[in-house]
Write a protein that binds this ligand. Structure first.
Ligand code: NAD
Ligand code: MG
Length: 396
């Protein structure tokens, strides 16, 4: 077995740290080839000491210089780079076998696209890539012979519940429905009136999963599930009406597929992202992920509810954007990233997130997805308008 050289985009984040844990458990299989992060220099330096990658990347030149100096003093022979160009390079170098795409948000689009264009094995956590440029990304995967493995727990579960040749079409495989499960987040039962006072701290306290702040807020608004509907659409070539969101507060069934003969295949497990990460890393093999097996005897009950599209307006907006097509979902994603950042910065209320998203989505006629520059232009315009609306306090 040859060792797999992995570039970790977003190594200091929640998914990145879990990925490094799998590498740590299987040094004979995996090597951290490049570790890439935004600005958490202390954490990245620690990771460099432990994993000794060939390259480490930070966002800006000054921090990169500081990291290079620290590595030099520690006697570590690691090349330090910075900026978007370096991220693209780390995704494309010939020595790289696979790329863990775990940057949060639009910042991950170009490096992840570069990994697909270089025919790598792409382990995709960064769902915003598919939301922004699903058509372009899937086309790059096909044209360059890349292997795409979903890391998002629901999509990983769906992938595991589909036949290996699902690429010939869900209909041909006898698929009736994809059941995309959702925990409903921390505010599933909170009285509507109380939602106007939600703080960033409360929104980030997810009942079942420990995650980065952006996706935690997205889970609280259920925009995360909306983004995942769009993600499932692209990954599995599933029309929107085939994707049914099922609220399942225990997060034990990670998603399921319903077939024409009445069968429902699902993947179950404890809510720990190391399971889908290890699955993607070892595919088609299975390896120890350090995750305890599910104890069916301890599992008291499993509940299922229909989603409330009024309470979780963002979920509806995602279906709307998918129906419009073209750049609509890139516009929604850009509005949402801006809104979530403003909410975390206490510039926008919790309920303001959905209102802002809706207003920005309505303000633009979506064009065709076209090229990467069309997508990036739509993203920039939507961010600009969202920023302006926040400054004018339109949705406070
Ligand atoms: P996080 O905030 O914990 O980590 C984000 C990582 O991206 C950090 O390492 C950060 O340094 C890096 N990063 C951010 N901007 C960057 C930039 N401009 N250049 C370089 N690096 C940059 O986020 P997370 O929770 O790990 O989520 C990462 C992605 O995975 C998101 O798209 C999220 O939706 C998806 N995801 C996460 C989980 C989860 O359980 N955390 C589950 C499913 C999917
Ligand atoms: Mg998910």
């Amino acid at each position: 077995m040859s060792i797999q050289n992995i570039t970790v985009l977003g190594s200091t984040g929640s998914i990145g740290v879990s990925t490094l844990d799998i590498i740590r458990r299987h040094p004979e299989r995996y090597r951290a080839f490049a570790l890439c992060a935004h600005s958490q220099i202390d954490k990245l330096f620690e990771q460099c000491q432990e994993f000794r990658p060939r390259f480490a990347v930070l966002r800006d030149a000054q921090l990169a210089g500081e990291l290079a100096e620290r590595c030099r003093l520690a006697g570590l022979d690691i090349e330090i780079r910075h900026g978007l160009e370096a991220l693209i390079e780390m995704s494309s170098l010939p020595e790289v076998d696979s790329v863990m795409a775990a940057i949060v948000g639009a910042a991950g689009l170009e490096p992840t696209l570069a990994a697909a264009k270089s025919g790598k094995k792409v382990m995709l956590a960064n769902k915003e890539v598919l939301v922004m440029a699903g058509e372009l990304f899937m086309q790059a995967v096909r044209e360059h012979g890349a292997t795409l493995l979903p890391v998002d727990s629901e999509h990983n579960a769906i992938f595991q519940s589909l036949p290996a040749d699902f690429g010939r079409g869900l209909d041909a495989c006898g698929v009736r429905k994809i059941l995309l499960t959702a925990s409903g987040g921390p505010f599933r039962d909170t009285p509507l009136a109380a939602l106007s006072d939600v703080t960033p701290e409360a929104a980030c306290a997810h009942p079942n999963w420990v995650m980065g702040r952006k996706i935690s807020v997205d889970s609280a608004t259920m925009m995360n599930k909306g983004l995942e509907v769009i993600e499932a659409h692209w990954l599995f070539a599933a029309p929107p009406e085939l994707i049914q969101v099922v609220v399942h507060p225990q997060s034990v069934i990670h998603s399921a597929v319903q077939y024409a003969d009445g069968s429902v295949l699902a993947q179950l497990g404890n809510p720990d992202m190391r399971t889908p990460i290890a699955y993607a890393m070892a595919y088609p093999e299975r390896i120890d992920a350090g995750v305890e097996s599910l104890d069916l005897f301890k599992m008291a009950r499993l509940d299922f509810f229909e989603p409330d599209f009024e309470r979780f307006r963002c979920l509806q907006l995602a279906y709307d954007a998918l129906h419009v097509g073209g750049t609509a979902s890139a516009i929604l994603n850009a509005a949402n990233e801006t809104a979530v950042a403003a909410f975390l910065d206490r510039q926008l209320s919790f309920l303001g997130i959905a209102r802002l998203n809706e207003a920005v989505l309505a303000a633009f006629p979506a064009g065709p997805e076209g090229s990467l520059s069309d997508v990036l232009a739509a993203d920039a315009e939507a961010r600009h308008l969202a920023g302006q609306m926040i400054r004018e306090n339109r949705f406070a």
